[in-house]
Ligand binder design. Structure first.
Ligand SMILES: [Zn+2]
Length: 168
């Protein structure tokens, strides 16, 4: 059923359902999640504001494509974990990387990092692990996050995921 409610932010446009919307900005293509409370226009406006504030230092664009500043990301992650300082910035960075398709909430076909006893070391959002869509990003993330560290871990590519509804 299509929602006819007005947007919570502009009080003007019809909201519509939740979905991912494509947004081209600054030479990048983002896929931005739109909830059922806000209209596409407001989502785009807010995302661009977020990107201007937190995204420009996070992405290094060159001839070989998009590179992520994992050094910055892991520094902010460390500060966010130690307290509330930089918490907003860390949340924003994860959101930008999900929108760019660098990180994903989906595990199948993507990469996870597992410590020897099975503890997952991926970045997470709330309680949800985020998976790397590319091997090189998982490697760089670990190189910056655990510089000079001796403990052992593995980066694994998840080949197949069988959800419970296919079993029961
Ligand atoms: Zn709106």
């Amino acid at each position: 059923m299509e929602k006819k409610n007005k947007c919570c932010f502009c009080q003007k446009n019809i909201v519509g359902g939740f979905k991912d919307i494509d947004l081209k900005y600054a030479g990048y293509l983002f896929s931005v999640f739109k909830s059922g409370l806000e209209c596409s226009e407001c989502v785009k406006k807010k995302f661009i504001k977020l990107f201007k504030e937190f995204g420009e230092d996070l992405i290094i664009k060159n001839d070989s494509g998009i590179n992520i500043n994992w050094h910055l990301f892991t520094e902010i992650e460390k500060q966010a974990r130690q307290g509330t300082y930089r918490g907003d910035q860390f949340i924003a960075m994860k959101r930008i990387l999900i929108s760019l398709g660098i990180l994903s909430v989906r595990s199948e076909g993507n990469y996870e990092i597992v410590e020897s006893v099975g503890i997952r070391l991926n970045p997470s959002t709330l309680a949800v692990s985020l998976y790397f869509t590319q091997e090189k990003d998982a490697i760089l993330y670990m190189q910056y996050k655990y510089r000079n560290s001796q403990f052992s871990f593995e980066i694994r590519k998840i080949g197949k995921v069988i959800p419970s509804h296919k079993i029961f």
